[in-house]
Design a binder for this molecule. Structure first.
Ligand SMILES: N[C@@H](CCC[C@H](N)C(=O)O)C(=O)O
Length: 285
């Protein structure tokens, strides 16, 4: 059995296993079973902290609740950064991930800032299918999707499509989210956001996450929203993104995206062979 922490960033929740000293490599089926909210631990992503390839403080592996391993996770990056920062006296840590390295530091008020790198806007970067059209004005012809208007796409370590809409309350996320995630225009599938602009520095958003469904928050989606909005001239260089779980602050500094927000440890337990136990006492920090 190996210890794990149940953590969350704005309600986007994770089981986090520290596998730096004891390797832990669950199968995709095991993660899927553990992620089940009725019969397992229940989480949006399973996070493995492992030894980094070189130079970084640690490697973060991210496995969605559907069992698929993906490149990046903003909310989990803050949770992992908190664990790494607690261990050492240096003010910064660098987390390696398949989506690129992320530098992180404490921002005050119990929050963590993460430099999420540089957004990419090219069709091949996102990626989009050959001949899909303009990545910043991607149109859909299906009757359920046509009324949403065009999507603006970005890769911020993982693929995102962002729709600026007059009202997020009017979006039928349960129908259009899965349709868009699995649309043939996105060969690697995509995370899908709907955004209502309140002012150039303040938006409200809902997200359908690839491999999960609607989540309380998505850090990389908030980064993609700020990045495409700024790229299109609609949003300022610092944006508060209000998600169902709460706000994230996204700054665009010298072309790089800096995300700031909270993290929490909810409870701890032990895990092994597809089963888990819950510790009687919750831990803090
Ligand atoms: N919750 C995350 C994103 C997790 C990965 C995403 N579902 C994907 O498949 O790319 C975040 O906070 O960024």
């Amino acid at each position: 059995m190996i210890p794990f922490r149940k953590m969350n960033g704005l309600g986007n929740d994770f089981a986090v296993v520290d596998a730096r000293t004891e390797p832990f490599t669950p199968t995709s089926e095991e993660v899927k079973a553990l992620g089940d909210r009725a019969t397992g631990i229940g989480f949006d992503q399973f996070i493995i902290i492992a030894e980094p390839p070189a130079g970084e403080t640690a490697l973060m592996r991210i496995i969605n609740a559907d069992g698929g391993e993906v490149e990046s996770c903003g909310n989990a990056a803050r949770c992992v950064a908190a664990i790494l920062l607690d261990e050492r006296s240096e003010p910064e840590v660098t987390i390696a991930s398949a989506g690129g390295p992320m530098r992180a530091w404490r921002a005050g008020g119990g929050r963590i800032s993460v430099d999420m790198g540089t957004p990419r806007f090219g069709a091949a970067d996102i990626p989009l299918a050959e001949g899909a059209g303009d990545p910043q004005a991607l149109a859909f012809s299906e009757p359920e999707l046509a009324g949403l208007g065009p999507a603006a796409c970005a890769n911020v370590g993982n693929p995102h499509a962002v729709f600026f809409v007059p009202s997020i309350a009017a979006v039928d996320l349960a129908t259009v989210g899965p349709m868009l995630e699995h649309h043939p225009v996105f060969p690697a599938r995509a995370n899908i956001s709907f955004v209502e602009v309140l002012s150039p520095g303040h938006v409200r958003a809902v997200v359908h996450e690839r491999g999960v469904g609607p989540t309380r928050a998505c850090g990389t989606a908030a980064c993609a929203i700020a990045a495409v909005g700024h790229h299109m001239g609609r949003l300022a260089g610092e944006v508060t993104v209000e998600l169902p779980g709460g706000p994230l602050t996204i700054g665009l500094e010298g072309g790089r995206i800096v995300m700031t927000g909270p993290y929490e440890v909810d409870w701890t337990g032990m895990l092994g062979d597809g089963v888990y136990t819950r510790d009687p006492e919750p831990i803090n920090g």
